[in-house]
Design a protein around this ligand. Structure first.
Ligand SMILES: Cc1ncc(C[n+]2csc(CCOP(=O)(O)OP(=O)(O)O)c2C)c(N)n1
Ligand SMILES: [Mg+2]
Length: 300
């Protein structure tokens, strides 16, 4: 049965008046997590924008069990809490909610360790493609050529790390990509993942108006453009099978994709791109689609 947004719980887990920037994608992600998992979720969160959004007692804005932990440790702490919950027979879903910097770079060792031990945790990486909380420094997932405060003139010169594929190669039971532009798809994935015992990983695309320099009213539009141009591919792996998710289905066909120029040039961080850069980015998107389709063939 497809999920209907009006049938999901209405309880306010994410309170209004919190200190997030206008148009913050993390809020959409956190709301989706709480609507999908309800009071079963225990959040483990390393330093990042979400630590600030959560605020401090007695004015905390996230109405759910929430643990602030050192940057590199979230997956390890979540593993410990999960074991404790099991011993106490508690029906909880331990969620490590990480930024891309925490997941792809600084906390990658604990993330990889928890995955290979197949810990019973759900890891969600809300990827805004830079270290936003400390002022937009480039991370492992920042795209090639994106301007950040550590790549200010010509943009980032290194490649993007494909975190979801890296996690898939740990042979864990559940890996998916998601987008804050398609919350029902994300919520379905959260619900499916929460039924599985073992390590679950969701890589959530979270366009950041402050860091990417677009208008704060366009967060969802930007997330959808990433999917419509084929730049962000929605897929899911579970029960040994990998599939393209419904919102990305049409874009398997290259001719159905919107021009990547539209996505790139509506963001300040890419406004310096030359035609040849845009062509290269388009080629890379084609290559990624080919790789994903090949993997789908393998895991079919
Ligand atoms: C060990 C350690 N190194 C650096 C920092 C400083 N720091 C705090 S938040 C942050 C950025 C986090 O970026 P990301 O994980 O992508 O989350 P975002 O803020 O973008 O949501 C950094 C570098 C820290 N708190 N601890
Ligand atoms: Mg980030």
């Amino acid at each position: 049965m497809p999920i209907r947004i009006d049938e999901l719980p209405r309880k306010k887990w994410v309170m209004p008046g919190n200190p997030a920037c206008q148009g913050c994608p993390h809020l959409i992600g956190l709301k989706s997590v709480s609507m999908a998992l309800g009071d079963r979720a225990i959040l483990v969160v390393p330093a990042g924008c979400t630590s600030i959004i959560a605020g401090i007692h007695p004015k905390a804005s996230l109405n759910m069990p929430f643990l602030h932990v050192p940057f590199a440790s979230a997956a390890a702490v979540a593993s410990g809490i999960s074991s404790a919950m099991e011993i106490r027979n508690k029906d909880a879903i331990v969620v490590a909610w990480l930024g891309d910097g925490a997941a792809a770079d600084i906390g990658f060792a604990t993330l990889s360790g928890a995955a290979i031990r197949n810990e019973n945790i759900l890891v969600i990486v809300s990827d805004n493609e830079a270290y936003m909380n400390t002022g937009i420094q480039a991370s492992g997932t920042t795209p090639w050529k994106a301007r950040t405060t550590t790549s200010p003139i010509i943009g980032k010169t290194e490649e993007t790390k494909d975190l979801a594929l890296l996690m898939l190669m740990h042979r864990v039971p559940y890996v998916a990509t998601a987008s804050i532009g398609y919350v029902l798809d994300f919520i379905e994935k959260l619900k499916r993942a929460s039924e599985i015992k073992g390590f679950k990983f969701i890589h959530l695309h979270s366009p950041c108006p402050t860091g990417w320099r677009f208008d704060s009213s366009e967060t969802v539009k930007m997330a959808r453009l990433a999917v419509e141009t084929g730049a962000w591919i929605l897929w899911e792996y579970y029960e040994g099978k990998m599939r393209i998710s419904p919102p990305s289905m049409p874009y398997r066909d290259k001719n159905k994709r919107k021009p990547i120029r539209e996505y790139l040039l509506s963001q300040g961080r890419f406004r310096h791109l030359k035609d040849e850069d845009i062509m290269k980015i388009e080629q890379r998107i084609d290559e990624r689609w080919k790789a994903i389709m090949k993997l789908i063939e393998i895991f079919s």
